[in-house]
Each structure stands twice: as structure tokens, then as C-alpha cells.
Design a protein around this ligand. Structure first.
Ligand SMILES: Nc1nc2c(c(=O)[nH]1)N[C@H]1C(S)=C(S)[C@@H](COP(=O)(O)O)O[C@H]1N2
Ligand SMILES: [Mo]
Length: 450
């Protein structure tokens, strides 16, 4: 029979010299004392002196983020669904989305402002939450330096999840804001990075909420009275040596709220479009669309994507293909077809939108009919004359093609399309992200893309 651990422990010292047996526990105790004594600096609780830090402030900020991040996550997933990523590889190059794309569905075309509102909420809320996120991180910063760094296995796992939480939040907010500011500095596609980042972030977020929500709710019921430093209730947040306050905790929350409000005021206008865009001081500028019928926001100018005058001059042709047939139209022939109107906005993934513009042109269903496609009009591959570039072609879903407001537009607000808005012809689809509204269209293929 083997000795139990306890028996072995007791047996061990006797097998060595008595002097060594006495020394060992003493050395161990000294080592323990050194390790449990935090080194000078931020690992010492007295280092943190703000009298504002405490469970109440952290809980209030945390609960605001709980609601905010949930809305960000849902609108983000919806935005991704609207993009029709399952129509890869044209629409989306996200490799091995696998079950992370389990929720994808056919994005509707009604109401026609659906994407505009969804994306406006996603982007504006993301910007507005930045001060709240920073304040929340500030409120818990002493815990970053907790000593010893890891207390137990479960503590270690939780701290690892915090790394993913803080890292994930930083990554999602940073990539989102950089994209909204049109800085395409990403090593890959923004969609891919932001999509996978969102799942990592939300995983850590859920773990964090499960661990911390009970404590946050308890902190709220205790109210703003600070618990004593070092107690269980203080949760390692309360300073044992607080400096005299220069602002109340309510005042600090008010400052955060004002910061968020200020960001809202200088951001939201770009999602409303029209006159309101003038208030969007934080929106990317420097691309003046001019005034008149074509005087609304431009994503990429013709020159910036290398459209040559010859590409869209008199030699331009529209090729319509499908079901083994092909029709080639000149611009005059396109104009001779029945012209229809639709008042629709352009709403970009970057969060900016135009107000409704009055487009006119040929229905996509009428073009499909040219090549013998009936009411069961299938998907369409729309290709620009642009050479290369990630937005130069897109696959539209059958419900998008079939909607009678979906046009190959040749005019906007009564005027011929400007070159920068896609002359000679561009697609406009209700409810869709701007990227589906291909400019400078050269070819449309109805049917399953090959
Ligand atoms: N050929 C082509 N079409 C395109 C793009 C592009 O870069 N190339 N950008 C798309 C994107 S991302 C948006 S938001 C809209 C913007 O349309 P606008 O510039 O007319 O406002 O055009 C879409 N169509
Ligand atoms: Mo866009």
C-alpha cells in the first residue's frame, strides 16, 4: 500500500539531517513574505489615491457599457448580415467563418432605411461610448497591478479573460474608429478583423458579466457610500489613503456624460445626412461633393479608383448576361428603356449616410427580363468597369434584385449622374449597405455567379 501524501510529508524530514529540516520552513516563510509584500509602486494599494474610485462608480460605468456593448454587438452582427457575406467570395473574403456565421440571414429591402439606421446607431454609439470605456478602465486600474499578480487557478483564468476583454475592447474600438475615419491601414480586410475581433471581445465580455454582474448590482444597492478599503465590498478599488476630493463621484460621471454628449453632437450629423452633415465636425472631411443635384457625399471619386475618361465615354457599353443569353446596350439604348424612380439614401458601413436622393433609371428586373429572367429573378453579379479594388464588384441577393425600387440609375435628383457618383450608370438598392450600390457599372450577370 502506498503512503498517503500526509504520511510522506511527515516521513520526509526524518530522512534528512535535523538542521536542514528546521531551515526549510523558515526560508519558505521568508520567501512567502517577500512575495506577498507588493513591490513599491502601483502594486501597493496606497499608490492609488483618487477618492472617486469605488464599487459604485465602477458599477454604474459597467452597467452603461453592458447595455451599450450589447447594442453595438447586435447592430454589428446585423450590419455584417446586411453585407451578404455568404455570397462569397465576391462579397466577403472572410476565411473559414464557419459557425460564427450561423446567424446570417437574408437581409430585407424594407424598410428602405433599415441599414442606414442600424449603421448609424452602431457607429455613433461606438464613438459615444469611448469616454465611458476610458472612465471604466480608469476606475479599475489599481486591479491591473494586483499583488500577487495571480492568486489562484480560477483567479488566473479570470485575469486571462480580462486580457481578452480589455484587448478585445481596445481592438474593436480602435479598428472601428480608424475605419470610420477612412484610414484603411489594415493588414487585411476591415470586415475580417472587426468580425473576428468582435467574437473574441464578446466571449470575454460574457465571461466578465457572469463574474461581475452580481457584484455590480450589489454595489448599486449599497449606494454611493464608499466601503472601507481592503474589505470584500471595496473589491480592491477603494484607496486606503485617499487624497482630498476635487470633484464628486456624481460630478465625475457628469463629465463622462458630457464628453459622450459632445462626441454625439459632432458625430451624429453624418448619419443623418443632408443639412445635418455640417454639424459632424468629427466626420472625415476634405472631399467636397459640391452643390446641386449631385452635391451629396462621395465615397471614392472616379479619379481615385483610376476610372479613365475612355472607360465611361461614348464607347461605354452595358453587358447584361443570364441564362445563356447576352445583350449589349449603349447608353442611348438604356435611356430608351422604361425609366423608374426611387427615393433612397446611400448608407455606408463607415456610418455616414446621405438623406434620401431621387434616383431614376432602369429596374433591375427589367434588365433581367432582357435576358429571359422572369419573376423568379435570381441573384446578380454586378461588375464595375473599374479595374481591381475591393468594391468594384458585388453579388446582389435575389430579394434585392426583385425589389422594384432596385435600379440601375442613370440620373439623380433630376440631373445626369456625375462621374463621381457613377456615370454612366450605377446600382441603387433599398435597405442595403452603400457598398452594394456599385458605381460605373459595366456588366450585370443574372443567375448563380460562377
Ligand atoms: N465601382 C465602385 N462602386 C462603389 C464603390 C467603389 O469604390 N467602386 N464604393 C461603394 C461604397 S463603399 C459606397 S458607400 C458607395 C458610395 O456611393 P457615393 O460615392 O455615390 O456616395 O458606392 C459604392 N460603390
Ligand atoms: Mo461604403
Amino acid at each position: 500500500m502506498e503512503a498517503s501524501d500526509g504520511e510522506r510529508d511527515r516521513a520526509e524530514p526524518s530522512s534528512r539531517g535535523p538542521a536542514e529540516a528546521e531551515k526549510r520552513p523558515a526560508a519558505l516563510a521568508r520567501l512567502r513574505a517577500v512575495v506577498s509584500e507588493p513591490p513599491p509602486g502601483p502594486a501597493r494599494p496606497e499608490f492609488w489615491r483618487s477618492p472617486l474610485r469605488g464599487p459604485w462608480l465602477t458599477a454604474v460605468l459597467g452597467l452603461v457599457l453592458l447595455v451599450g456593448v450589447t447594442v453595438l454587438f447586435v447592430t454589428g452582427l446585423l450590419s455584417y448580415a446586411a453585407y451578404n457575406p455568404d455570397l462569397s467570395p465576391v462579397n466577403d473574403q472572410t476565411p473559414d467563418k464557419g459557425w460564427l456565421g450561423f446567424y446570417l440571414f437574408s437581409w430585407p429591402t424594407s424598410p428602405y432605411w433599415l441599414y442606414r439606421v442600424n449603421q448609424g446607431v452602431h457607429v455613433v454609439l461606438g464613438v459615444v461610448l469611448v469616454p465611458v470605456l476610458l472612465a471604466k478602465l480608469w476606475s479599475v486600474i489599481p486591479k491591473l497591478f494586483q499583488w500577487p499578480p495571480v492568486r489562484s487557478v480560477s483567479d488566473g483564468i479570470e485575469r486571462l479573460s480580462l486580457l481578452l476583454l480589455v484587448g478585445g475592447a481596445g481592438f474593436e474600438f480602435a479598428t472601428g474608429i480608424v475605419n470610420v475615419q477612412l484610414h484603411y491601414i489594415f493588414p487585411g480586410s476591415f470586415y475580417v478583423l472587426h468580425f473576428y475581433g468582435a467574437w473574441v471581445f464578446i466571449g470575454a465580455f460574457v465571461v466578465h458579466v457572469v463574474f461581475r454582474l452580481p457584484r455590480a448590482l450589489r454595489a448599486l444597492t449599497y449606494g454611493r457610500e464608499l466601503p472601507e478599503a481592503g474589505t470584500e465590498e471595496a473589491a480592491g478599488l477603494v484607496s486606503p489613503r485617499p487624497a482630498p476630493p476635487t470633484i464628486s463621484r456624481r460630478g465625475a460621471l457628469g463629465m463622462v456624460g458630457l464628453g459622450s454628449l459632445a462626441l454625439f453632437v459632432v458625430t451624429a450629423g453624418q448619419s443623418m445626412g443632408g443639412w445635418w452633415r455640417r454639424t459632424a465636425l468629427l466626420a472625415p472631411h476634405g472631399r467636397d461633393p459640391g452643390s446641386g443635384p449631385n452635391g451629396f457625399q462621395i465615397n471614392k471619386t472616379a479619379a481615385s479608383v483610376g476610372i479613365r475618361p475612355s472607360d465611361i465615354g461614348p464607347a461605354w457599353r452595358l453587358t447584361v448576361r443570364g441564362a445563356g443569353r447576352q445583350v449589349v446596350l449603349t447608353r442611348e439604348e438604356l435611356l430608351a428603356m422604361e425609366q423608374n424612380e426611387a427615393a433612397l439614401p446611400i448608407a455606408c458601413v463607415e456610418g455616414w449616410s446621405t438623406s434620401d436622393q431621387l434616383w431614376s433609371g432602369v429596374r433591375l428586373t427589367d434588365l433581367a427580363a432582357l435576358v429571359g429572367q422572369g419573376t423568379d429573378t435570381p441573384r446578380a453579379l454586378v461588375e464595375s468597369v473599374q479595374r481591381g479594388g475591393s468594391f468594384s464588384s458585388v453579388v446582389l441577393r435575389d430579394n434585392q434584385v426583385r425589389d422594384h425600387r432596385s435600379l440601375l440609375a442613370v440620373r439623380v435628383n433630376g440631373a445626369v449622374l456625375s462621374q463621381d457618383h457613377g456615370y454612366p450608370a450605377r446600382v441603387i438598392v433599398p435597405g442595403a449597405p452603400g457598398v452594394h450600390n456599385t458605381k460605373w457599372v459595366g456588366r450585370i450577370t443574372f443567375g448563380e455567379p460562377t
